[in-house]
Write a protein that binds this ligand. Structure first.
Ligand code: IPM
Ligand code: MN
Length: 364
């Protein structure tokens, strides 16, 4: 089969991890007889430098014409002056919004090979397998007013946490449907003891649950959820939550997997279903990691696993998705580690070696 993919490497370690993911994708293409046409485009800081815009029109247009988008990371100290009029992150937010990608799926699965490498006790990590469904185009990130201003009494700033019923309903449905395809347990995370937007969220969740009698719904306050994620992470099957809560909770959850460098994500404009294909943008949950950029240290596994999600959701290639995940596990089993997941007795390797080993492990 033939697929068109827009590739947006971005800034910092973005180009390094993207290159390794493409290596794996091309190996899949060769082994399984698929043609992946790649269209490289600018986004983020590099796009600001070259065009003045964090999301150039050409980039957006190309993404709209493709079957899927692969994104590395955006941002870096060069563009992070608080007075800057345009920021790399604006490009990322704009592309999510323009493509209507309101649902961000972030699976947190712990490779049994890595339960000893992180900071948490292995027995806490046993059986951890969850998906966080993060709302991605609303809430504090987008709603207006959003500004800073000055008065004689000093400077002021405002961001707005607003949600409409239709936005809450569609993201909750992604949560319910995702849970339906798994262990049928949905935890809706909010701050309904304080926030009006959360009270509406919880109300709609309760109403919708009547349509999903097979899914067990519970509600958790976001602060309690943050605690539970460390205390008893195996409790969770599917979490569904507001944009910023989801951003914060998934960085926390990535520590369960040992490193941010392990977690992939898919952003979609609907409900991914077996047997059908959905347009999506795929990116690691980590950022541009300017501290290690160019040093050949970044872990490409999150981006490689994002390719696995692309094969699954956007191309309907289940076998190919499984082969990528298996190749990642095999390399970890053999004891190869990037420095972020290194532990005693294992072999530390760089970004390119990790990509090449995983690509070399692709079998059909
Ligand atoms: C993420 C990132 C972005 C976000 C930043 C870079 C704007 O942290 O994808 O989680 O906050 O959504
Ligand atoms: Mn984040």
């Amino acid at each position: 089969m033939k697929f068109d993919i827009a590739v947006l490497p971005g800034d910092g370690v973005g180009p390094e991890v993207t290159a390794e993911a493409i290596k794996v994708l091309e190996t899949i293409g060769e082994r399984f007889g698929h043609q992946f046409n790649l269209y490289y485009q600018l986004i983020g800081g590099i796009a600001i430098d070259k065009t003045g815009s964090a999301l150039p029109d050409d980039t957006l247009k190309m993404c709209q014409e493709c079957d899927a988008v692969l994104l590395g990371a955006v941002g870096g100290p060069k563009w992070s002056n608080p007075g800057a009029t345009v920021r790399p992150e604006d490009g990322l937010l704009a592309i999510r919004k323009e493509l209507g990608l309101y649902a961000n799926l972030r699976p947190v699965k712990i490779s049994p090979m890595l339960t000893n490498s992180g900071k948490l006790k292995p027995q806490v990590l046993e059986g951890v397998n969850m998906v966080v469904v993060r709302e991605l185009t609303g809430g504090l990130y987008f709603r207006k007013p959003k500004k800073q201003w000055q008065t004689p009494r000093g400077r002021h700033a405002v961001d707005t946490l607003a949600y409409s019923e239709w936005e809450i309903e569609r993201i909750l449905r992604v949560g319910f449907e995702t849970a339906r395809g798994r262990r049928k347990k949905l935890t809706s995370v909010d701050k309904a003891n304080v926030l009006q937007s959360s009270m509406l969220w919880r109300q709609i969740a309760i109403e919708l649950s009547a349509e999903y009698p097979d899914v067990e719904l519970d509600h958790m306050l976001v602060d309690a959820c943050a605690m539970r994620l460390i205390q008893d992470p195996a409790y969770f099957d599917v979490i569904v939550t507001e944009n910023m809560f989801g951003d914060i909770l998934t960085d926390e959850a990535s520590m369960l997997a040992g490193s941010m460098g392990m977690l992939p994500s898919a952003s979609v404009a609907g409900i991914p279903k077996e047997g059908s294909k959905i347009f999506g943008m795929y990116e690691p949950i980590h950022g541009s990691a300017p501290d290690i950029a160019g040093q050949h240290k970044a872990n490409p596994i999150a981006t490689i696993l994002s390719i696995a999600m692309m094969l699954h959701y956007s191309f309907g290639l289940i076998k190919e998705m499984e082969v990528v995940e298996k190749a990642v596990n095999e390399i970890l089993k053999k004891g190869y580690r990037t420095s972020d997941i290194m532990e005693q007795g294992k072999t530390v390797i760089g970004t390119k070696e990790m990509g090449s080993l995983i690509a070399g492990g692709i079998e059909n």
